[in-house]
Design a binder for this molecule. Structure first.
Ligand code: PRP
Ligand code: URA
Length: 208
């Protein structure tokens, strides 16, 4: 497993605004989408290319294009939805799956309430999307579900990750690469990431 923290200045600048408790719902949502798009740009750097020839208006050109590798974006509800939106603007033909999980506030264990995946998810490169990797329970549960459906190539893309969550994902799914915009210090006693950005779902949707 690799853990990559993308330190691109644009991402780090946007993340600084995202963390700010004064950032309003509209800006928070837009920033999550923008950061996800920029992260995916980096995360997809190694997608395979194939050689091809096309005719420009003037001549034949040797070009490279994506080797038709099929992608699936799987957002963990609710907060992962905004990440799907951002990344779809880069790869509009990717298939999209949804896994509904919420953390039980007492146990912090994930509770599954929804699941809809592309029928051919087993044949696709899957990006699991969730802004927050805290205890790691939600990410592990989502990856478990994907593996039950045959997925073999899985990467986890989160905006902020805690060391505790990274270790848990590593222990359960050692082959899954994790891509983050920030690795934060630790969890607090309620399982929230410090310094973090608070409750991502609530800040995206204006709930509490
Ligand atoms: C948040 C977040 C992750 C999860 C991370 O969702 O979006 O899914 O917590 O925590 P974990 O790593 O400890 O599992 P939440 O459960 O608050 O649900 P929501 O998106 O519906 O608000
Ligand atoms: N979920 C969130 O939305 N934020 C945290 O800090 C931890 C879990």
């Amino acid at each position: 497993m690799t853990v990559t923290v993308i330190d691109h200045p644009l991402i780090q600048h946007k993340l600084s605004i995202l963390r700010d408790k004064a950032t309003n719902v509209r800006d928070f949502r837009a920033l999550c989408t923008e950061i996800s798009l920029l992260m995916a740009f980096e995360a997809m750097r190694n997608l395979p290319l194939e050689d091809a020839q096309i005719e420009t208006p003037l001549a034949v050109a040797k070009v490279q294009r994506l080797a038709g590798k099929k992608l699936a974006l799987v957002g963990i509800l609710r907060a992962g939805l905004v990440m799907v939106d951002g990344i779809l603007s880069l790869v509009p033909s990717a298939r999209v799956g949804h896994i509904g999980l919420y953390r039980d506030p007492q146990t912090l264990k994930p509770v599954e309430y929804y699941k809809k995946l592309p029928s051919d998810v087993a044949d696709r490169d899957v990006f699991v999307l969730d802004p927050m990797l805290a205890t790691g329970g939600s990410a592990v549960a989502a990856i478990d579900i994907l593996k039950e459906h045959g997925a073999k190539s899985i990467k986890l893309l989160c905006i902020i990750g805690a060391p505790e969550g990274i270790d848990v994902v590593h222990a359960h799914h050692p082959e899954v690469d994790i891509i983050l915009a920030a690795r934060d210090a630790r969890l607090n006693e309620k399982g929230y990431i410090l310094p973090g950005l608070g409750d991502a779902g609530d800040r995206i949707y204006g709930t509490r």
